[in-house]
Design a protein around this ligand. Structure first.
Ligand SMILES: *[C@@H]1O[C@H](CO)[C@@H](O)[C@H](O)[C@H]1NC(C)=O
Ligand SMILES: *[C@@H]1O[C@H](CO)[C@@H](O)[C@H](O)[C@H]1NC(C)=O
Ligand SMILES: *[C@@H]1O[C@H](CO)[C@@H](O)[C@H](O)[C@H]1NC(C)=O
Ligand SMILES: [Zn+2]
Length: 416
């Protein structure tokens, strides 16, 4: 497979195969204005300032450390004095992770605005629009955010001015480093490739930090934030699932949530609608070893989504910055769109939350971790999978066409 692919690269140029383009610096026509965008150190300062100004809503969770010793904080947005328990007698526990990919700045900015909105709501009159929204959020959810999972990658991007940089300090794509079809289709074993998955599953401290956080606390919903297009993906996105049609346990719940979220959002912002579906349906490439596949596949949380909060179909740059991020003057508008979608998603989660999910969660919580991993490690031997792939091949090929909304032009760069 590699051989013919390399020949094809020689004929059609490197850009077709996407190698090196994304790990080397390109000529950028737009670069971030750091008077508006946060840089790596101001992200951490901003988080610290927000948490310290909050009296009851923002709390530091466990703090992790990156390969190069930078801080990776987790922050809990939770009304400590809140008595409302939400539907089914408990608040839904959500984990939101941003900044997995260095070049995707806009999701990190969105998480910072979420934190500052919480702070505003804490001090604003409760009948303001933001106050009401936050009160609704906090009576239904406890939100935990990891605003910047890959601070080293971001630091590298800033010092090298390589706005195409996606990996961590060691060039590993964290969203290929998780223990779910690790090294499968859509991941690369070549350290020079932008989808380099690392030497083994969870080889990177940043990926292990996320794993630790997921096992230390118990979450109902995992949301991995990205940018490069406006889409929401359901697990699974890995190569084995791509060819076998394997689906997560709560697939139908996630489909319902996704449909509702898309409908709610497009009724508010019709000209910035999102698409939804399985990642490989929408992107036309599988991605193995991703964080959201891992979380859902290993049953660390029942529901998982990857959300691409921003895309610019009319970008013309040879570089990367404006593929993944708006120009600074457009940042507030882009964040407002992301806001609407994320609220729609959380509303949809709340609407479709069932006692089944609650029950699953309670049972899962009582299992020792080893059982959780063991019980869900159902990867069949490759021979069986090959037979399954052959039988299901035709069927899956048909299914791939069934995305939930009409196709936009194909995405030509790796986003998730
Ligand atoms: C990061 O941003 C802060 C605040 O805008 C600024 O003071 C600092 O010099 C910047 N750091 C770098 C390395 O540019
Ligand atoms: C937190 O909970 C308390 C008690 O339920 C409530 O009075 C307050 O408005 C809540 N704060 C926010 C910001 O939702
Ligand atoms: C999208 O890209 C085009 C072309 O590079 C640019 O003119 C426009 O400002 C970008 N839109 C946003 C929201 O950044
Ligand atoms: Zn991404």
């Amino acid at each position: 497979m590699r051989g013919p692919l390399l020949v094809l690269c020689l004929f059609l140029g490197q850009w077709v195969c996407g190698e090196s383009r994304d790990v080397q610096r390109q000529r950028e026509t737009v670069t971030p204005d750091y008077a508006i965008y946060h840089n790596v150190s101001s992200v951490l300062h901003e988080i610290d300032a927000l948490v310290s100004r909050s009296e009851s809503l923002l709390h530091y969770g466990k703090l992790y450390e990156s390969t190069q010793g930078r801080l990776i904080p987790s922050v809990k947005i939770r009304n400590a004095s809140g008595i409302s328990a939400g539907p089914h007698g408990r608040r839904i526990q959500v984990l939101i992770v941003a900044g997995e990919h260095a070049r995707e700045l806009v999701p990190v900015e969105w998480v910072l605005t979420l934190l500052s909105t919480a702070l505003v709501a804490e001090h604003a009159p409760q009948d303001s629009a933001r106050g009401k929204l936050m009160r609704w959020l906090l009576s239904n959810f406890d939100l935990t955010v990891i605003p910047l999972l890959n601070p080293d990658g971001r630091a590298h991007l800033e010092s090298s001015l390589n706005y195409c940089w996606r990996g961590n300090a060691r060039g590993v794509d964290l969203n290929r480093n998780f223990d779910w079809d690790f090294g499968g289709k859509g991941a690369s074993l070549n350290p020079l490739d932008e989808e380099y998955c690392g030497t083994h599953a969870l080889s990177e401290v940043e990926a292990r930090a996320l794993r630790d956080h997921l096992t230390r606390e118990s979450f109902d919903v995992f949301i991995s934030l990205h940018s490069g297009t406006r889409q929401i993906y359901l697990p699974y996105s890995d190569g084995i699932s791509w060819s076998s049609g394997r689906q997560p346990r709560f697939h139908t719940d996630m489909i319902s949530i996704l449909r509702t979220a898309l409908r709610l959002h497009s009724s508010q912002i019709p000209d910035r609608s999102f698409q939804g579906g399985a990642a490989h349906q929408l992107l036309d490439y599988p991605a193995s070893g991703t964080s959201f596949d891992y979380v859902v596949g290993r049953e660390l949380a029942p529901l998982g989504f990857a959300v691409e909060v921003y895309g610019n179909l009319s970008h013309k740059s040879d570089g990367c910055f404006d593929i993944f991020n708006p120009v600074a003057t457009e940042l507030p508008a882009a964040l407002a769109v992301a806001d609407t979608f994320m609220v729609a998603l959380l509303k949809a989660v709340q609407m479709h939350w069932t006692s089944t999910l609650n029950t699953w969660h309670e049972r899962q919580r009582s299992l020792p971790l080893d059982n959780q991993i063991e019980a869900s490690a159902y990867q069949a031997p490759w021979t069986i999978l090959l037979i399954c792939a052959a039988i299901l091949g035709g069927l899956v090929f048909m299914q791939r066409k069934s995305v939930l909304l009409p196709h936009l032009p194909p995405v030509t760069h790796t986003v998730m």
